[in-house]
Design a protein around this ligand. Sequence first.
Ligand SMILES: Nc1ncnc2c1ncn2[C@@H]1O[C@H](COP(=O)(O)OP(=O)(O)OP(=O)(O)O)[C@@H](O)[C@H]1O
Ligand SMILES: [Mg+2]
Length: 335
Amino acid sequence: MEATGLSKYFPIRRGLMRREVARVRAVEHASFTIDAGRTLGLVGESGSGKSTLARLVTGLIKPTSGTLQIAGQDANDWRGRRGRQLRRNVQMVFQDPYSSLDPMSTVGASIVEPLRSHRATSSFDERRLRVEQLLKMVGLRPEHRHSYPSEMSGGQLQRVAVARALALSPQILVLDEPVSALDVSTQAEVINLLSDLQQQQRISLLLIAHDLAVVRHVSHNIAVMYLGQIVESGPAEEVYTSPKHPYTVTLLQAIPVPDPAKQRARRRIGVRADIPSPTNPPSGCRFHTRCPFVMDVCRTESPDPYLTPVGTVVRCHLHERGIELRGRSVFEAVD
Ligand SMILES: Nc1ncnc2c1ncn2[C@@H]1O[C@H](COP(=O)(O)OP(=O)(O)OP(=O)(O)O)[C@@H](O)[C@H]1O
Ligand SMILES: [Mg+2]
């Protein structure tokens, strides 16, 4: 999957004439690539545009501008026969398994529903075999096909949702905060399942989460979103061990370290103010109202993506101009 400059603006309309009075810039110029069999972890706080991006790349909404390629083909039109093929190939798993599965259908019926609607299998036996195979893939038992959602735990339901998404053997799975509704130990189980599936099936994953801790160990690459923009992206290990954007640093600080002495010794970089609105984002760099390293240029000029020596891409003036400007690096400030 390759997204180039994807943007989505939602118009806000008021009055009898439904005149457009403002726009929510939910996603702005997002570019990224997910190679075959790889996982991109997308993180950012609430309202940063993660779900909007997920809906753009699954064809649920149309971009205001920008282009999308899937498996080497244009994916800008999700109508007709081509659209059908695209939808088969890119499946989505939502945050809340309780509302994404029909409470009146058995697990088995829910899992084969995509096969029916895409007329992918013909016979009853074929569908039954596929259900059993899918249940096994997600670590459930064949008997689970008779259960109703109300009889299962959150973690089991999310496994069912994953099985359903895999029914049509997609090349790409988009998971929008698939574990945030689950308790911590179940979160790890589902994340491990995703990682196993990804290796066995060689599918590509776009894995969305609130915080970096969830995606770290399963993502090959990480993209960090802030107010609709990808502010830092690159190989997971580099983003994690050598974050270049002050916002990424603050996200990492939100993850506690196991050693209490180390935790206390961490010099925190303070983040001021609340997250601004994407309807009226700050001028210049969108993070400047909260950035502890803010310079004059940040208030007026939006930073262009900058390729760092470690292979990450960062939107931050500090790095274009050399972080030594301020005599210390962002990382020194973290540890
Ligand atoms: N259909 C819509 N109409 C108007 N504004 C919208 C619409 N969908 C999303 N938005 C706005 O776009 C911004 C991004 O929303 P989005 O749901 O993509 O964020 P998110 O990162 O997924 O947040 P969360 O972590 O809470 O799920 C928000 O300000 C939201 O209010
Ligand atoms: Mg969301």
